[in-house]
Design a protein around this ligand. Structure first.
Ligand SMILES: [Zn+2]
Ligand SMILES: [Zn+2]
Length: 143
């Protein structure tokens, strides 16, 4: 069973992902406006994992809940000391907060461990950013 460790920048928060296999994680880019804002860059990069595979081992993140513009709340967890974004989850049916966590891939200690399988919201891709080859591409989203 692979175990992936991660943390915020200042390591006040540390976590482990205990997956049955790497296939249990679905890493995707998202080019939507909300991800641009939340990540502070031109796309979001998260790994969708079953909720019960995520274990905090140190610290407690701060939670921010906000409507993403469609009447659906998105919850984002981040370090209240250094500000690193750790994970997010929404209320929408398929990414129900009871079932999944979307881990910010840059917070993993091995950022190459879970490469992307697809891209969402390609219609909002930065004009200078090329497509990732050999992954799925969706113009909009259904996480
Ligand atoms: Zn921190
Ligand atoms: Zn997005």
């Amino acid at each position: 069973m692979p175990v992936y460790t991660g943390s915020c920048f200042c390591r006040k928060i540390e976590y482990e992902l205990r997956l049955e296999s790497a296939e249990d994680a679905r890493t995707t880019l998202c080019h939507c406006r909300n991800c641009k804002k939340a990540f502070g860059t031109n796309y979001g990069l998260t790994a969708k994992v079953p909720k019960d595979t995520f274990h905090l081992t140190k610290g407690q993140p701060k939670e921010h809940a906000g409507d993403n513009g469609s009447g659906v709340n998105i919850y984002r967890h981040f370090c209240d000391t250094c500000g690193s974004f750790i994970l997010e989850f929404g209320e929408r049916q398929e990414n129900a907060k009871d079932h999944y966590r979307y881990i910010c891939v840059g917070s993993l200690d091995d950022t190459e461990a879970l490469p992307p399988k697809g891209e969402f919201f390609c219609k909002a891709r930065a004009s200078w950013m090329p497509e990732i080859p050999n992954v799925f591409h969706k113009q909009e989203i259904q996480k």
